[in-house]
Design a protein around this ligand. Sequence first.
Ligand SMILES: Cc1cc2nc3c(=O)[nH]c(=O)nc-3n(C[C@H](O)[C@H](O)[C@H](O)COP(=O)(O)O)c2cc1C
Length: 316
Amino acid sequence: MLNSGIRLMLAPMAGYSDQPFRRLCKLFGADEVITELISSNAIVRGNKRTFRMTELHEDEKPASVQIFGSDPDVMAEAARRVATSGCSFIDINMGCPAKKVVRNCAGSALLNDPDLAGRIVKKVVEAVEIPVSVKIRTGKNSKNKTGFDVALQAAQNGASRITIHARTVADMFTGPIDYEFVAKVRKHLPSTVELIGNGGIESLEDAKRWIELTCVDGLMIGRGAVGHPSIFRSIKNGEAHPPIEKLDTVIRHCEWMIEYYGPKYAIGPIRGHLMNYSKGFVSARKFRIEVGKIDSFEELKKTIELFFTKELESAA
Ligand SMILES: Cc1cc2nc3c(=O)[nH]c(=O)nc-3n(C[C@H](O)[C@H](O)[C@H](O)COP(=O)(O)O)c2cc1C
C-alpha cells in the first residue's frame, strides 16, 4: 500500500490521454489528470478542434491543461483562454522531444534556454489566477542536465509545481531514471513548490522506490496506465486488477469514446486502445485482426465480450 499523502496523477500522453481515458483513470483512483500537449499558437488562432481538446468533463476534475509554445505573450494569451475550461492548473510542456515541437523552440528545446523558460512561466503566471506547473526532463543528454536550472527558473518565476520526467531528451522513453537528479532538485526548490516524479512507474514497488529515493510529493504514471487504467487503485491499495473488471472497463472505455468522438470517429482510437487491453492474452493476434475489420460498435462490443470472456475463463 502507498503512503496516503502521495498523490497519483495520469501523465499527459498525446493520442492516449483524451477525455474518455482521463475519466477512466479518475474512476480508478487517479488524483489528478492532465490533457495531452496543446499548441498555444493554435489556441490563440482560435482553432476550434484544438480548443475542444481543452474541454474538461466534470468527472475528471481536478484536471490540468497542458500547453506548449515558445513565445511568452502567445503562451500567456493561450493560458488565459484555456483557464475558462475550469482546469486547476495550466501546465507548460518543456519536455517534448518531437521534432515538430522542438524545431519551433518549444517543448524540450526550452531545456536549452532556462532564461526563456523563466520568461514564459512569468508571463503565464501573470496571465491567469490559477496555479501554473511545468513539466520538464533532466536535460538534453547525460552531460547536459540543464533541467536543474529550468526547474529553479520556473520556481523563481512563480511556478507552483514542477514535474520531472527523470530521463534525458536523448534517452527518449527508455533510458535510466535519474532519481539523484530529482532528489537534488527537491533540495534546492522552495518547499512551497510541489515536486512530482515521473518515469517507469508500473507497479507498487516502482512507486515505493521513487518515494524512497526522491522525497517527491506526487507521482505521475504514463504508459503504465495504458491498457491498465486500474493501476492507480492497485498502487494505492496494493491490489491486483480483478479480471472480470477488465471486460467492464474495456466496454465502459469504448462507450465513453463513442460518446466523446461520435460513432464515426471513435472506432479508430478504440482499436488502438484494444491493442493495449488485449496484450498478453493467448488469442490477442486473432482478436486484433477481427477488430480491424469491424466498423459498427454493436459488432465490436460482441467481439470484445466474446474475446475477454473466453480468455478470462481459460485463465481461471
Ligand atoms: C505516446 C506518448 C505521448 C506523450 N505525450 C506527452 C504529452 O503530450 N505531453 C507531455 O508532457 N508528455 C508526453 N509524454 C511523456 C509522458 O507524459 C511521460 O513523461 C513519459 O511517458 C514517461 O512516463 P512513463 O514512463 O510512466 O510512461 C508522452 C509519452 C508517450 C509514450
